[in-house]
Design a protein around this ligand. Structure first.
Ligand code: F0G
Length: 358
């Protein structure tokens, strides 16, 4: 059986890796592309889910972090720094731990999910909560990396984008060609940029016959690209993409142009509905931000933009276990409380509505 060796070794030719290169890896990449018959049925398209929650720290960030940390170590860095809404900090802390160097992570106070906070802490990251939002954190991280000996590993670092392109390569190889449409969440717009470049690389190399139309989605209260202006106080329950001034804004507009793409905004309630639908009908549990591509697909399909029979891929970026609180919330805001009964087979059968056999 083939044993997956992480994206730097699996895509060594495309990422310029040689036997002499430093490789800091946790075996990231090689994530499943899962057919979604329930979504195909709803949309009339042929829908597949790229489940990036299956990466070592539970999000797509690991693809870029293996490249960023490997290059940082190669250049002798002893410390890396990032701003984060949670997933980047979890990934940076894990890869830094593996490399034996320090990771400093700046996060917006009270606005990152508990699972992600726990990850940064247990991996030994130097976690600092900033009284401000993600955009404030990124500004500080950038300034620190210019004035102090710390290496910036946010997606403004081109190594991150290079690594994240590998997900597009995998999709094309898993499907045998690129899809017609690709749906993806947008925060800083680094991943949107990375996938666009990856799909374009493949088409230029002649390994695929098309570049998918790249459809990216922001939360309604944090939709600067859709609105065409910086959002000063971004809000959404999808904390991963609570970003008002995306770092890769210009790159993403260029990518939209090149892929005949689209940016749309989705409400928090539609995000939660899509999260539930994905978990309940496909069997894939993702964090709220990660469900926005599915919500976007349903919205664009209803708008008549996705022709029947189109091949559609949707990237779901992070695992549901990172931010599980939303799964236990019902539409009216109350908590789900599982039924409690005595330790009796008959009582359980009654609750399940089962009649005895024969
Ligand atoms: N989905 C998840 C789960 C994320 O954590 C992020 C970004 C995105 C989507 C958006 O990706 O920024 O490349 O457009 N999270 C960053 C972080 C900001 O700090 O973890 P993007």
């Amino acid at each position: 059986a083939h044993v997956w060796r992480g994206v730097l070794r699996e895509f060594a030719d495309r990422l310029g890796v040689t036997d002499a290169s430093t490789v800091v890896t946790l075996g990231e990449g090689g994530t499943p592309l899962i057919p979604a018959p329930s979504l195909s049925q709803r949309t009339g398209a042929d829908v597949w889910i790229k489940f990036e929650g299956m990466n070592p720290t539970g999000s797509f960030k690991d693809r870029g972090m293996t490249v960023a940390l490997s290059r940082a170590v190669e250049h002798g860095a002893k410390a890396v720094i990032c701003a984060s809404t949670g997933n980047t900090s979890a990934s940076a802390a894990a890869y830094a731990a593996h490399a034996g160097i320090t990771a400093a992570v700046l996060v917006p106070e009270g606005k990152i999910a508990m699972g992600k906070l726990s990850q940064a802490v247990i991996h030994g990251g130097q976690l600092i909560q900033i009284r401000g939002n993600f955009d404030d954190c990124l500004e500080i991280a950038r300034e620190l990396s210019e004035r102090y000996p710390v290496h910036l590993v946010n997606s403004v670092n081109p190594d991150r984008i290079e690594g994240q392109k590998t997900a597009a390569y995998e999709i094309a190889s898993q499907l045998g060609d690129a899809p017609d449409f690709h749906f993806i969440p947008v925060g800083n717009a680094g991943n949107y940029t990375a996938y666009s470049r990856g799909f374009i690389d493949d088409a230029q190399a002649g390994t695929t016959t098309r570049v998918p139309r790249m459809f990216g989605f922001q939360a309604e209260g944090s939709a600067p690209i859709v609105r065409g202006e910086i959002v000063k106080d971004p809000e959404t329950i999808a904390t991963a993409i609570r970003i008002g001034n995306p770092a890769s804004w210009e790159l993403a507009l260029d990518a939209r142009e090149k892929t005949d793409g689209y940016f749309g905004a989705i409400s928090d309630s539609a995000i939660l509905a899509a999260q539930k639908l994905l978990a309940g009908t496909v069997g894939v549990f993702v964090e709220p931000a990660s469900a926005i591509g599915v919500a976007g697909l349903l919205e664009r399909s209803a708008a008549g933009v996705v022709p029947a029979g189109s091949r559609v891929t949707v990237t779901v970026t992070g695992h549901g276990l990172k931010d599980p609180q939303w799964a236990l919330k019902q539409e009216d805001g109350s908590e789900v409380t599982p039924t409690v009964v005595d330790a009796s087979t008959g009582d359980v059968a009654d609750v399940l509505g089962l009649a005895p056999v024969g």
